[in-house]
Design a protein around this ligand. Sequence first.
Ligand code: PMV
Length: 350
Amino acid sequence: ADQKIYQASTTAPVNIAVVKYWGKRDPKLNLPQLLNLSNSLQADLRTHTTAACSASFPASDSLLLNSSPQDVTGARTQACFRELRSLRAALEASDSSLPELSTLPLKIVSENNFPTAAGLASSAAGFAALVRAIANLYELSSSPTELSRIARQGSGSACRSLFGGYVAWQMGTKDDGSDSLAVEVAPASHWPTMRALILVASAKQKKVSSTSGMQTTVATSELFQRRAEIVVPKHMKEMEKAIKEKDFEAFGRVTMMESNSFHSTCSDTFPPIRYMNDVSWAAVGVVEDINRKAGKIVAAYTFDAGPNAVIYYEEANTDIVAGVVKGALGSVSGWESRDIKPQASDVLDA
Ligand code: PMV
């Protein structure tokens, strides 16, 4: 038999939601309750993944993440493998000159250049890179939007990491999820002066997984109802306009109000969910001070399902934002400098 090793590599960026996804209308297919929008980070946080297959590999599929073996038997990973294999099988059926890769065991090797599962949407970059690496290995001609349908089944927010730049995840209306896809709103190059700074308040794994958190929020929070009916549709409209017009004040205002609204519904969940910690709130205070001094919004914070702050600003304001943030929160290292070490902020998180 053919013992050849076939392989392909790719990378996918971390994406941070500026209009948050929270709530699944179908937990198996990861269909969102609401439209949402993200951008990928300018600070180069990525998952690098190589996918290989060969008849010479052990019979079962495997995945190494940052050198440690991961369970691939879970329904989410299996769904991605199954979908990609069936696309490859269709290709092989239509062209008999193609090698039969769809039946070979897969070996996936991934590396993150950022802390895993600390609210930096690591599963998003992870599943997006996994899906695209296998799609490349199988030489599928699928577009990023088509691949987003598959990555979504690994982790909801992963569908947005098939693109860089500004990406909307459409809810779709079909029960099979075939129209719940990610589409590009604008490429990163549309707004070249946009910058983001990440403050890693804690590199610890989060306590409440987003899947169980979402279910409890949808089931118990009255505030979530208002968010679904009024707040998110309004923020989506405002955000798309702000991005289109490169209006940082509008972008920043909606980004901060969105983050506040999302974390309020977390507090309103019963039992309550708390992702932001004291370091997170210190970052909020610093951003407020910066904006007060500037007399307008020049910096904007947002927090996903973890304590780490993402702070957006425009390049021209690097000194009055990034400089001040670093000075004020000196004990919390920013990703820009890439010198993450155990630090005082970990103590605050305890
Ligand atoms: O896709 P998940 O299960 O990692 O959920 C992501 C949830 C948030 O990060 C809080 C919001 C979002 O839209 O990314």
